[in-house]
Design a protein around this ligand. Structure first.
Ligand code: NAD
Length: 441
């Protein structure tokens, strides 16, 4: 692929993010907002973007911070900090997930919000970008505590949410149940049921068929397309996946069904390896019963970090940000890096992987299947008519295929790498709409 460095040589000294210097700490390298901004600036420069529009699109439109009091099961009161960042509403309502994790920070939510803007534009759906998060450890909270926290977080943000304003969805640490609580809380305040206020809901209360598997399905489609580009075949194609949550487990299941060989899975508490292919449905069953992938008899235990650098055809990070950095990028041995997670690769790692000619399917394209089916859910909720799973999947497949080919064409036409091509395509679309709408004063 066009393995262009993120920062051209003449500009390397201007960037704080992509200079391979020993003085750059891992903390600086892995700040997600800085990583997003570095790529945005580079793509905007390539596009020769109007300076004023550049300033508008570089910053989020709105950042909200709420402190949420919650009555805990033991009778005490805890206060949790939550965020909602709306990066852009130029192309439609703000759209983006809510993350519950101890590592949530405003910079992370900002970066995730802007990635949502670019992602929705890459797949050309009529949404802007947003993201939310609460600093908490959902694994240590009861269902009752999570429900009370979710309802109060929703109530604090009530005037900023809505089907035409801002539509949340699940992300790490949240799920269909969380979305059901948000929908119910919002509906109680509106005095009517408003299903389209969130996506990723259970199917019986306005969710879409196919939404649960959508991000994994989208990943499987772009992997198919990448193989076609590179003249590789599914038969014998070895895949390693980091993260066996919603995205990772569904990607594994669908890829295995298509004939890919899943040779490794890494989770936070350990990894598995089987060069003949891991039986994914059996592993999903094991994880349901044991609560962990470890101890699965049909694969060898493997070191979770070493799995990232094992030889394979496709590596799919599907857990969290900053797992491919200056510390391990030169040891990666995959031909294709398909980013299931948001922001798994730092800008310095990007440069290293470009030198190694790794074909990258960037996050804002690779994991866009989730938000695309969220868009289908929002459409179905608003018309009150629901599609079959086959209809949802067929529409998703065609949008992912078309978007992949749009990005590849953009990369070839502008002689940039796939990531910068995806950013350029997205920024171009959002800038066009922003100019067309004009600046309200
Ligand atoms: P999830 O919480 O369902 O799963 C994440 C999994 O990764 C968990 O099983 C967790 O144990 C594991 N994990 C966490 N840290 C790890 C580490 N350091 N090493 C190995 N495993 C680790 O979350 P998800 O919804 O699958 O989201 C995963 C990523 O995909 C996130 O970056 C999210 O923003 C992104 N994403 C999700 C969707 C979606 O539809 N759910 C859509 C687009 C992007």
């Amino acid at each position: 692929m066009a393995g262009e460095s993120l920062i051209p040589p003449t500009e390397k000294r201007e960037s704080t993010m992509s200079v391979l210097t020993p003085t750059l700490t891992l903390e600086q390298e892995t700040n997600p907002w800085e990583a997003q901004a570095a790529r945005f600036d580079f793509a905007a420069r390539k596009l020769n973007l109007d300076q004023g529009i550049w300033k508008v699109l570089r910053q989020p439109t709105r950042e909200l911070i709420v402190h949420i009091p919650v009555g805990m099961d033991n009778g005490s009161i805890e206060v949790f900090t939550g965020y909602r960042v709306q990066h852009s509403v130029a192309r439609g309502p703000a759209k983006g997930g809510i993350r519950y994790s101890p590592d949530v920070s405003l910079d992370e939510v900002r970066a995730l919000a802007s990635w949502m803007t670019w992602k929705c534009a890459v797949v050309n759906i009529p949404f802007g970008g947003a993201k939310g998060g609460v600093i908490c450890d959902p694994k240590k909270m009861s269902q009752g505590e999570l429900e009370r926290m979710t309802r109060r977080y929703t109530a604090e943000l009530i005037e900023f949410l809505g089907p035409e304003k801002d539509v949340p969805a699940p992300d790490m640490g949240t799920d269909e149940q969380t979305m059901a609580w948000i929908m119910d809380t919002y509906s109680m305040h509106m005095r009517q049921t408003v299903t389209a206020v969130v996506t990723g809901k259970p199917v019986n209360i306005g969710g879409s068929r196919g939404r649960r598997e959508a991000t994994g399905r989208g990943i499987s489609v772009v992997c198919d397309e990448a193989l076609k580009q590179l003249g590789m075949s599914i038969e014998g194609c070895r895949v390693i996946i980091q993260g066996f949550g919603n995205v990772g487990s569904n990607a594994a299941k669908l890829l295995a069904e298509k004939g890919y060989t899943i040779i490794g899975i890494a989770e936070y508490d350990g990894g598995l390896y089987n060069q003949n292919g891991i039986n994914i449905p059996a592993l999903i069953e094991h994880r349901k019963l044991a609560g962990t992938i470890t101890g699965f008899k049909e694969a060898e235990a493997a070191d979770k970090e070493e799995l990232l650098t094992c030889a394979c055809d496709i590596l799919i990070p599907a857990a969290t940000e900053n797992v491919i950095t200056s510390r391990n990028a030169d040891r990666l041995r995959c031909k294709i890096l398909c980013e299931g997670a948001n922001g798994p690769t730092t800008t310095i790692a990007d440069d290293i992987l470009a030198d190694k000619k790794v074909f990258i399917i960037p996050d804002i394209l690779a994991n866009a299947g989730g938000v695309t089916t969220s868009y289908f859910e929002w459409v179905q909720d608003r018309m009150g008519y629901f599609w079959t799973e086959a209809e949802v999947n067929q529409r998703l497949d065609s949008i992912m295929t078309e978007s992949f080919n749009d990005v590849i064409l953009y990369a070839k036409t502008h002689s940039v790498n796939n990531r910068i091509a995806a950013y350029m395509l997205a920024i171009d679309r959002v800038a066009y709409t922003t100019k067309q709408r004009g600046i309200y004063a």
